[in-house]
Ligand binder design. Structure first.
Ligand code: NDP
Length: 352
């Protein structure tokens, strides 16, 4: 059992998902440590100070970088639970996938877990992995034994050139299991969320989730969306799952976190029901052949991505998260609408 009086470490504390984890832990009165890259960067950390002042628990910030060995050790000391969320999340074109994605994700996970081994005392690590470590492209569903992605599936086809973000998440999760399997002092639980949406606690707009929801309402996708399906899940459910995975006894292994598989057009429909007339929300799907022509130029989508993702349905088995972690998923419409409302409140739909 984790001693709930001891500090709980959350890496990547300034991030979209981590901020909710920290908020819930502080609201429950926990002592929380969060690593950030730069404590003085008020744009990234001021919302954490605000949450800290409004909640029962106590938050302490530590500086740490995934690329720097030993960087997390000080923050790990005295913790029994480490929640490792930090990892670069960039979809689409990346200048140098090895330096910008793979190294911080894989070596960063190794740095954190080497620190856990070195410092001692940690009983459980919860790693934010992704469904990107489960599959690479929607077409992969055809290779699954039951026609559904479950925790037994691994992404085997992403590479430095094709879906490098997914590759980084796959290598990072594999590295975590490899390091875990060589010791018996701490358990590892992974949370594998699908695309995370829902209100942000900060006013940052540089994250992939925020960027996507803005493009659904700010006119960027007004000409239409690809006929593609993704899984979506509310950020608050994802945060809650991390805490359950960390503090409940007997939780083991991987956990897919997803509320619903949904097409981009269906998402647009749900948003239109609430914001009709207010924003330029997409109304149609653009034919696949158009993406072969324009995708690489306009959206940085490769032909390989277009051929393997447009026109396919996907399904995820989320039973383990419901039975094992007790997650009651929020409705997709509530997730989408509350995310747009949060951006509206902070005047971030069109700005910047
Ligand atoms: P954010 O971009 O908001 O958070 C990423 C965090 O990682 C930030 O705190 C960032 O720090 C930190 N980070 C990145 N590079 C480094 C580095 N070199 N050293 C230290 N910290 C670093 O994204 P999310 O909150 O969405 O993502 C959090 C985790 O969830 C990631 O592991 C991501 O892969 C995973 N995930 C996200 C999904 C989503 O749809 N959002 C879906 C599935 C998984 P800084 O604030 O300084 O930039």
């Amino acid at each position: 059992m984790i001693d709930k009086k001891k500090p709980i470490l959350v890496t990547g504390g300034s991030g979209y998902i981590a901020s909710w984890i920290i908020q819930y832990l502080l609201a429950d009165g926990h002592q929380v440590r969060a690593t950030v890259r730069d404590k003085k960067n008020t744009k990234k950390v001021s919302h954490l100070d605000k949450i800290n002042s409004e909640t029962k628990g106590e938050l302490e910030l530590f500086e740490a970088d995934l690329n720097s060995e030993g960087s997390f050790d000080k923050a790990i000391k005295d913790c029994e639970l480490v929640i490792h969320t930090a990892s670069p999340f960039v979809i689409g074109k990346v200048k140098d996938p090895l330096k910008d994605l793979i190294e911080p994700a894989e070596n960063g996970t190794k740095n954190v877990l080497d620190g856990v081994n070195r410092v001692g005392g940690v009983k459980r690590v919860v790693l934010t992995s992704s469904v990107a470590a489960i599959y690479s492209d929607s077409i992969d569903i055809g290779q699954t034994p039951k026609g559904i992605f479950d925790e037994g599936c691994w992404n085997t086809t992403s590479s430095l050139k094709h879906n490098p973000y997914s590759y980084s998440k796959t290598l990072a999760e594999k590295k975590a299991w490899e390091i875990h399997d060589k010791q018996d002092k701490w358990g590892l639980v992974t949370i594998n969320p699908s695309f995370v949406l829902g209100p942000s606690l900060s006013e940052r707009i540089d994250g992939a989730s925020v960027d996507f929801i803005r493009s659904m309402v700010n006119g960027k996708l007004a000409t239409g969306v690809p006929k593609t399906e993704i899984g979506i899940v509310d950020v608050r459910d994802v945060a809650n799952a991390h805490i359950k995975a960390g503090l409940s006894p007997d939780v083991k292994g991987r956990h897919i976190l997803t509320a619903k598989s949904i097409s981009m057009l269906e998402m647009a429909k749900l948003l239109r029901e609430n914001f009709e007339g207010k924003y330029k929300i997409p109304k149609k799907e653009v034919p696949k052949f158009m993406f072969y022509i324009l995708g690489p130029i306009i959206a940085g989508l490769s032909w390989e991505w277009v051929s393997k993702n447009i026109g396919y349905e996907i399904k995820f088995d989320n039973t383990k998260s419901i039975k094992g972690l007790g997650i009651q998923y929020k409705d997709a419409k509530e997730t989408l609408v509350s995310h747009v409302e949060q951006l509206e409140k902070s005047n971030l739909i069109f700005n910047k």
